[in-house]
Design a protein around this ligand. Structure first.
Ligand code: ADP
Ligand code: ADP
Ligand code: ZN
Length: 219
């Protein structure tokens, strides 16, 4: 199954990706995660991406397109993938389209998580992440079951993302808003867009995702 998760920062892409990966066993490809890993390892890519990430801006398309192109050639992607946070611009959508054409495959669904902007700001402000496994939580909406212990891996260290500071958050939402509207239109025209109301319990969101994907695999 070849899937894309689309939505503004904080819409719940990473959270739904965790559920989808467990249920459908597809590799989770998050360009944000790839950039953060590169940054942590201080690779040239990481140092280049840092400038943009710190400012809440998008890393240039050329850089991002190349990374995804290479990633989609790896072995584990043969039976499917879940792209999270890519494409984010029309240029990236076109690049992906060409890529998939070359690989002889087609998107099954683009799942658009629609969440009002005011909600996104409080979600990002309360987001924290397990430093061991990367699982995502929220101080109020979605805390760990046992305080201070990751549900997924038992880890006890957590951190906030540098770009979840209020100043950067507003910039990120603004930068992504214009692009997201265009992407929604683009994928709607391609006939693969599915819009989901993302402003409700994560488990309810996932229940709808599952319904949609069930329809896809039966087709
Ligand atoms: P969020 O989970 O808040 O949507 P991401 O983790 O996807 O954010 O992305 C973090 C940052 O990484 C972005 O602000 C941007 O600088 C960079 N980035 C991630 N994906 C892309 C992309 N497809 N194109 C350009 N920049 C990207
Ligand atoms: P994205 O990857 O789109 O930036 P995340 O999945 O990281 O979004 O979610 C952003 C924050 O909102 C996290 O703190 C997460 O725990 C929380 N969150 C995710 N989905 C929901 C939801 N349906 N309702 C309330 N909070 C949510
Ligand atoms: Zn963990």
């Amino acid at each position: 199954m070849d899937l894309i998760l689309l939505g503004l920062p904080g819409a719940g892409k990473g959270t739904q990706a965790e559920y989808i990966v467990k249920e459908y066993n597809v590799p989770h490809i998050s360009t944000g995660d790839i950039f953060r890993a590169a940054l942590k390892n201080e690779t040239p890519l990481g140092l280049e991406a840092k400038k943009y990430m710190d400012a809440g801006e998008l890393v240039p398309d050329e850089v991002t397109n190349n990374i995804v192109k290479e990633r989609l050639q790896e072995d584990d992607v043969k039976d499917g993938f879940l792209l999270d946070g890519y494409p984010r611009t029309l240029n990236q959508s076109e690049a992906l389209k060409n890529n998939l054409q070359d690989l002889g495959r087609e998107l099954d669904a683009v799942i658009y998580l629609n969440v009002p902007k005011e909600i996104l700001i409080e979600r990002l402000a309360g987001r924290y992440i397990c430093s061991n496994c990367g699982a995502t939580y929220h101080k109020l909406n979605n805390p760990t079951q046992v305080e201070g212990v990751c549900d997924n891996c038992g880890g006890t260290e957590f951190h906030q993302r540098d770009d979840d500071k209020p100043e950067t958050v507003e910039k990120r939402i603004k930068v992504n808003e214009e692009q997201t509207d265009k992407l929604v239109e683009y994928f709607n025209n391609e006939g693969v867009l599915v819009e989901i109301e993302g402003n409700r319990d994560p488990k309810d969101v996932f229940a709808e995702v599952k319904e949609i994907l069930q329809g896809k695999t039966l087709n």
